[in-house]
Each structure stands twice: as C-alpha cells, then as structure tokens.
Design a protein around this ligand. Structure first.
Ligand code: NAD
Ligand code: ZN
Length: 360
C-alpha cells in the first residue's frame, strides 16, 4: 500500500486580530524575485476597513476580485499571470484574502507564474512541473478547507478540476476569525456546510482511516456546536470554531476523499455555474439513502437557520443539461471509487447519476 506523504501548510498564524501581523509575516519574503507582492482580495472588502489594513507597499499590486458571480476560471488565471509577468516580472509572493474562490486564485497564480502555458494544461493531479512562488492565504469565510488543501479548483473549457500537487499548498495562512463576521447568513451557512459535508463524505468511503477520523470527528463536533448547539449562529465564539472546523475538515480530507455529493456538486457548478457550497447543499439534501443520519442532521440545520432550498429544480432542466452534469460527475472517478469501492462501476452508471440529479 502506498501511503500519502502530504505537504501541510508551512506556517499558521491563528487568532482574533492575527491579520494585523500579516505585514511582519511577509516582510522576509520581499527580497525574493522582483521584490513585489501581489494581493488578491475579495472585492467585498474594497472601500471597507480591511482594505486600509492591507500591508501593500508602493510597488505591490492589489487586485480586488469579484467572487460573487463566477468561480475561478483557467482563463482568468492565465490573464492575470500574463499581465503580472509582462509588467513587473516574477513577484515575491501572492497573498489571497477572501473565501475559497480568492484563495484558489492565489494558489493557482502562485503556481502559474512559474509554469508555462495555460493553466488548462495542469488541471489534474501532479501535472505542475515546477514549484510555484511563496503564497499566503487569509480566509474570510470558513468552510471550504481551501486554506489547507493541495488543490486550487478552476473551471476550464472542459472541466472543473483543480491544479493539484504538493506545491499548491499555502506556505502560510493567517486565520483571523474576526474577518468572517460580515459574511451574509446564507453564504455563512452554505460554505459552513461544505465543511460538514467534507467530513461526512470523508468518513463514508474506503479511504477513511484514523488520521481522517481524528480531524473529521473534531470538525463535526465543532459544526454541531456552531449549527445546532445552544449558542448556534454567527457570533465571535462560533466564528473561531467554524474557522478551525474548516481547517480540520480539510485535513480530514487530505487523508481521505469526498464522495457522491461533491461529484454531483461539480456537475452543477460546471453546467449552471452554481456556487460550490450551495451546490453541495442542493445535492446533499437528497442523499439520505447514501449518507443516512447526516442528511437528517443537515435538515435540522437548515430548519434552525430558516434556510430554504428550492424544490423541483430539475423540472426546469433539459435532458441535455442533466446528461452534461452527469458526464462531469462520472469523470470524478476518485470520488465514486471512495464512496462505493473499486467496483463502483457496477453500481454507478450514467443513468444512476442522472437519476440523482432528477431528485433535485
Ligand atoms: P467564495 O469565495 O466563492 O465567496 C462567496 C461570497 O462571499 C462572495 O460573494 C464574496 O464576496 C463573499 N464574501 C467573502 N468573504 C466575505 C466576508 N468576510 N464578508 C462578506 N462577504 C464575504 O465562497 P466560498 O464558499 O468560500 O468558496 C467557494 C469556492 O471555493 C468555489 O470556487 C470552490 O470551487 C472553491 N473550493 C475550493 C476548495 C479547495 O480545496 N481548493 C474546496 C472547496 C471549495
Ligand atoms: Zn467542498
């Protein structure tokens, strides 16, 4: 058996207010390459107080990026990379301040500034040829686990798939839970559920093991406090808990795998542009036969926060759209393999996957 030998985050600075340490954290790296830093920041923060606290120097570049419509695209990364290299050469580092979308842009950009050609060429496992540059992640929503994962998920012309390799992992993260206080309730819920679902899927499959369980159990316990506990909801204490739940959920996954829900979710995102956390919720809502009690818990959380998911969505989908989603989903063989075992092809057909979409 081949054991995973994974690259963890280089350094973690954690705690309410830790964002104020970003300046001194990145300072030693400013001598690298052409001596300038690139900040990619969720444009929600443009004009807000946080924007005034970004430790950018004169030669640095600050990009405020809209993450409210589309998830990151290969073309977006290629364009940003070409612009940076043409204007100022190789940066010292990339700092991503935002949710999963922005963190993935930072991770992908850090790799693509040293790897030639389009990022489309590198969508997959270990296709990246050269190490990227220093990169630092500062999450402003909790749940995706993008702060610790070895993938930067991008939608390309043919697939939604990550640039996945050990160099993708952040050299540094700054986990400041106060940055998540302003997340709108529904978004907080959907992205938070990403963590919960990561842990349930991680635990329900052939790759599950003691390492995944140790992190996953802790993450689920924290999610239960945040979403079902006495003091459930968005508050400073829970912001801390959810930020750690996200990290632990991500670490649980590193040694395991996601499953049916994420495979379906990727199809929804690719065909309709449905956002990741929300797409997961749409799918998980109808997977009681696969994930059992966890789906009941999920329904309890929906109820607790009066989050209403649409019903009968599939009534408006064409057969072609459903087939297109199933085609995206079935290609995620590692997820089906984890969920149903090596003979998954005997259980999972295009018809089966299409039937799962028709439930939604
Ligand atoms: P997001 O980054 O897509 O942002 C969602 C919305 O929240 C945006 O409108 C953004 O402007 C807003 N927002 C962010 N922080 C805010 C704040 N503090 N206050 C107010 N608004 C704020 O959300 P997400 O759910 O964190 O990320 C989803 C993305 O992450 C998808 O692109 C998905 O593919 C990716 N993802 C990556 C991994 C990975 O391991 N790399 C894992 C899961 C998901
Ligand atoms: Zn996810």
């Amino acid at each position: 058996m081949q054991h995973i030998n994974f690259n963890n985050i280089g350094k973690i600075c954690y705690g309410p207010g830790s964002f104020s340490q970003l300046e001194e954290i990145i300072e030693p790296r400013r001598v690298d390459n052409k001596g300038y830093m690139v900040f990619v920041v969720d444009d929600y923060f443009e004009g807000k107080e946080l924007a005034t606290q970004i430790p950018a120097l004169e030669n640095d570049r600050v990009y405020f990026i809209d993450a409210s419509h589309d998830e990151p695209k290969t073309s977006q990364i290629d364009e940003l990379r070409d612009e940076l290299l043409a204007d100022q050469g190789l940066p010292s580092g990339i700092i991503g301040i935002g949710g999963g979308s922005i963190m993935d842009i930072a991770k992908a950009l850090a790799l693509m500034v040293t790897n030639e050609g389009s990022s489309v060429l590198y969508q997959g496992l270990n296709l990246i040829k050269k190490p990227g540059i220093y990169h630092c992640g500062v999450p402003t929503i909790s749940g995706t686990g993008a702060e610790c994962s070895m993938t930067a998920v991008l939608s390309g012309p043919e697939k939604k798939l990550g640039l996945k390799c050990e160099w993708t992992v952040f050299n540094q993260v700054v986990l400041d839970p106060t940055l998540t206080a302003s997340v709108p309730k529904d978004q907080w819920f959907y992205t938070g559920m990403d963590t919960f679902i990561h842990c349930i899927e991680s635990a329900t499959g052939i790759k599950y093991n003691t390492f995944s369980k140790a992190y996953g159990d802790q993450s689920i316990a924290l999610c239960n406090e945040v979403f079902l506990g006495e003091n459930a909801g968005q508050n400073p204490e829970n912001d801390e808990k959810l930020m750690l739940a996200s990290l632990f959920g991500g670490l649980s996954l590193t040694y395991s795998e996601v499953g049916v829900c994420h495979a379906l979710s990727y199809g929804l995102s690719f065909v309709f542009g449905t956002r990741h956390g929300y797409a997961n919720c749409l799918a998980f809502n109808h997977l009681k036969d696969v994930y059992g009690e966890a789906v009941d818990q999920f329904h309890g959380m929906l109820e607790r926060f009066a989050v209403k998911l649409p019903q009968n969505l599939s009534a408006d989908w064409t057969d072609e759209e459903i087939t297109a989603m199933a085609q995206i989903a079935i290609r995620l063989e590692h997820m089906w393999n984890h969920a149903f075992g090596p003979d998954w092809k005997n259980k999972v057909s295009m018809e089966y996957i299409e039937s799962l979409y028709r439930r939604m």
